[in-house]
Design a protein around this ligand. Structure first.
Ligand code: BMA
Length: 329
């Protein structure tokens, strides 16, 4: 028996077959960028965003920078995962804790379904970047929880189920600026308020081995549970003479002790190569924040921000990604 996705079936996963002659492990949608920068009236750019299956269709939380260049998150819906209707207004959060609502900016959302609820985690401005957390059951009412961590932290990604009775979150402690370092850590919580049992997962690689991820790394989409471990996609950064270059790789984490890395790519799976990834508000960025997966077929569709301007979609097959990961580790 080969590797299998443990989660649900998703027969309506957005999908395009690989073009003949294309030998890439991940291939891009022919419709890319699937979300243009100006899909809503107020937006300067719509990128680093998250998508989940919702009631036979899809819901999303989108990073929209507006024309004052303020960063906020908006909800949206789609019947096919490709054509989106995104709210003009940012999400309004409620909270029983007024302090928890204080926020100078919101960006880079991820959405994790845990049982019947959807949890949004994002980079929240509270005296510097930290991890904001909220719950919705219907994508109408959004309840903001306490920030998970102290500043400075980014790229908070919740696992889709409890492990050993604890909620589990990946994050990337950082600085208040454009952080020239960064490792992925894991933290555990009995209640989504108090976080501890922090463990190191993985750090940047030596540039002599894998330069695309030698400056810093950060978790991307919600981990995908498979029979061999948690499959994660993450971004890695190279510092070039012209600034940061963001690419995407994959790793497999242990099912019960997800701070243990089983395999991890040396080569990137996707790097900025198309015009919409290389040209935009921040050139040379692919930044994955969501993945859909179909347990029946092993199809995986990854949503990623391109050049901090638009949103792209890439496709891959679980077995091929896994084989590549094993060989390239
Ligand atoms: C990171 C975050 C991301 C962004 C990336 C490239 O630090 O701010 O939102 O996509 O830089 O600019």
């Amino acid at each position: 028996m080969g590797i299998k996705i443990t989660g649900s079936q998703l027969p309506n996963i957005p999908w395009e077959n690989r073009r003949q002659g294309n030998e890439e492990i991940l291939w891009r949608s022919e419709k890319n960028p699937i979300i243009p920068r100006n899909l809503i009236k107020i937006s300067n750019s719509i990128f680093n965003s998250a998508v989940v299956p919702f009631k036979d269709q899809f819901a999303g939380v989108f990073r929209c920078d507006d024309q004052c260049r303020r960063m906020n998150i908006h909800k949206g819906f789609s019947s096919d995962g490709i054509n989106w209707k995104i709210d003009e207004e940012p999400i309004v959060f409620q909270s029983e804790y007024p302090e928890a609502l204080l926020s100078d900016y919101k960006y880079d959302p991820r959405v994790t379904q845990i049982e019947q609820s959807y949890y949004i985690s994002w980079c929240n401005g509270y005296h510097g970047p930290t991890i904001g957390l909220a719950r919705t059951d219907d994508f109408k009412n959004f309840h903001q929880l306490e920030n998970a961590f102290l500043p400075f932290n980014r790229n908070g990604v919740l696992f889709p189920r409890k492990i050993n009775n604890h909620y589990v979150m990946l994050s990337r402690p950082s600085d208040s600026g454009h952080t020239p370092f960064g490792d992925i850590f894991i933290s555990q919580s009995p209640d989504l308020t108090y976080w501890g049992k922090h463990r190191h997962v993985m750090g940047p690689k030596d540039f002599k081995v894998s330069a695309w991820q030698c400056t810093k790394i950060g978790a991307g989409p919600v981990p995908i549970e498979t029979t061999e471990g948690w499959l994660i996609f993450y971004h890695g950064v190279l510092t070039s003479c012209n600034g940061f270059v963001y690419s995407m790789g994959a790793a497999l984490l242990d099912l019960e002790e997800p701070w243990k890395v089983i395999y991890r790519n040396n080569s990137y799976l996707l790097s900025p190569q198309t015009i919409y990834e290389c040209a935009g508000d921040v050139p040379n960025v692919v930044f994955p924040c969501a993945a859909l997966a179909d347990s029946d077929t092993g199809k995986i569709a990854i949503y990623y921000g391109a050049a901090d301007t638009v949103t792209g979609l890439a496709f891959g097959q679980l077995e091929e990604i896994f084989d590549f990961l094993k060989k390239d580790s």
